[in-house]
Design a protein around this ligand. Sequence first.
Ligand SMILES: [Zn+2]
Ligand SMILES: [Zn+2]
Length: 231
Amino acid sequence: MRLSPRVRCRRESPFPVSDTACEFVPAYNRRRVQDAAASRSEESRITLTQFSRSGLALPIRELTLLPIQPVEPTELPHIAAELESRGVRVRLERAVLRPRGAYDAERGQFRAEVLLDAACNVPARPLVAITAADCYAGDLNFVFGIAAPAGGPAVVCLHRLHAGAAPQSFFARVIKEIVHELGHTLGLAHCRDRSCVMHFSNTLADTDAKSELLCSACRKRFQTLNHKPYR
Ligand SMILES: [Zn+2]
Ligand SMILES: [Zn+2]
């Protein structure tokens, strides 16, 4: 079945049945990742060598944040400042209203896939949508984030990242989740290294335990993918 352009960047395989807190699309299409990246301008692109030496978490110099209601307005500038302090220029999109069909009244939660669809409609890439909502996806009780493959957008859900966190550790969690979901959009899968940002977060303890950086193996995987980084 041919997917319409609107839903083309959605996940293409079912979520696994588990009580897990992060999801992505395992069956990403490597060719599409390359094609999407190849369409970016050559200018100001970070080469893999530069990336390896840069200390940046990901080969990204510019990122668009898309607030999806509900949002806490005071949190977004702080998140942007945290990213900018890591060498990433941040562009804040105008907030979009809660998409139709996003709220599941029976569960009192939001459907992350519907938010991801809304993010697909915004052309900027790389793009991470941010929402304060408590979200679930598929058979998962909740998600911290969700990502589309092939250079698509990602969604990070802040609600559960607050649990037991002082402000600074909350924002540290947010940065890790942003980097993690961006890693998926760039073609990275989960990593066994518990300190790697691509390690699967089943709980907040997992998120707190890992760093915000890729391990050396994940950095090398970019080369295996022959990935052309975003600008
Ligand atoms: Zn993940
Ligand atoms: Zn890794």
